[in-house]
Write a protein that binds this ligand. Structure first.
Ligand code: SF4
Ligand code: MG
Length: 295
């Protein structure tokens, strides 16, 4: 079945800005960007209605390759910015994109607190299991004993198991998908964007230049759609078990979702029963007299 290129009077071309892509041939970022555009179009969001936040990394170059309000931030810091923007304007859909390097090293603290805070944003993890932009160094998610450019004998540290880590934080939305399956990514991204709280989406991303151990072909062979095979995402322990058991096959789709947990903004007592949003309450203040005190 084909994917509609035009829905709600919008087209994926509305998100195109004409900037030439510089990713390597076969990079999974192409597919992830295509799925992000399709998910937004199918949900009826025009580029001027969404905020797209990018971390530093190969994926971050997407910030000048698709339209939308866009921020390209500091390494590991995409989640604080995305969360703050969402709290300032809760009516605006926010997608944050980050790599495995930044998200599980420099920014791992922000990932922890974003999950436990239930900020109502969508986080797309570009998980190619290495620092691609800086030419293939091992990240915290690189497989154990895997030779990489700066660690030819493998890394001495233990590899973080991302799903065990995320599930230990009592998440409300956990999904996994992979960069070669645009229809599945589109479905998962749409569900994440419609989720009540913080949505964590692990996208296993092909990086043919530096990741030779989970290639596109490896992902094609190992990934399967757990929802299509009957997995219902309403049980945390069942979702965790499925997510963590990757010995033979890799379960993809929506692995766990709980819509009953209030998100951060709903729990914020000072905002209870307030009809306006913080951005609507910003007032222009003349500080010129104040400034004269300092000249
Ligand atoms: Fe993509 Fe890897 Fe090339 Fe970066 S290094 S553009 S992640 S294939
Ligand atoms: Mg990476």
């Amino acid at each position: 079945m084909g994917i509609p290129l035009e829905t709600n009077g919008l087209s994926v071309n509305d998100y195109s800005c004409g900037t030439e892509c510089t990713w390597c041939d076969g990079c999974g970022d192409y597919g992830i960007m295509a799925a992000a555009k399709r998910a937004l179009v199918e949900l009826g969001f025009a580029p001027h209605e969404v905020l797209l936040c990018f971390d530093i990394g190969c994926h971050g170059n997407m910030s000048d390759k698709m339209l939308g309000y866009r921020v390209h931030g500091l390494h590991g810091r995409v989640l604080p910015f995305a969360s703050g923007a969402k709290l300032a304007n809760p009516n605006m859909p926010v997608m944050a994109f980050g790599g495995d390097g930044a998200s599980f090293s420099e920014g791992v603290n922000h990932l922890v607190h974003s999950v436990r805070s239930h900020y109502p944003i969508t986080f797309i993890l570009h998980n190619n299991a290495n620092f691609g932009l800086t030419t293939g160094q091992a990240s915290a998610l690189t497989w154990q004993n895997q030779p990489m450019n700066t660690s030819p004998n493998g890394i001495p540290e233990d590899t973080i198991r991302p799903m065990e880590f995320i599930f230990s934080l009592q998440p409300t939305f956990v999904a996994r998908t992979w960069s070669g399956d645009i229809p599945q990514m589109t479905r998962v991204f749409k569900a994440a964007l419609q989720h009540r709280g913080f949505a964590f989406v692990d996208v296993l991303q092909a990086c043919p230049t530096y990741n030779k151990f989970t290639s596109h072909e490896w992902l094609l062979e190992h990934c399967y759609d757990a929802n299509a095979e009957g997995h219902s995402p309403d049980n945390l322990e069942a979702g965790k078990k499925l997510a963590c058991d990757t010995a033979e096959k890799v379960a993809c789709g929506i692995l766990y979702q709980n819509e009953d947990i209030p998100h951060f903004y709903e729990r914020l007592q000072p905002r209870q029963n307030v009809k306006t949003t913080p951005v609507e309450e910003v007032a222009i203040t003349d500080v010129s007299d104040l400034m004269k005190e300092f000249v």
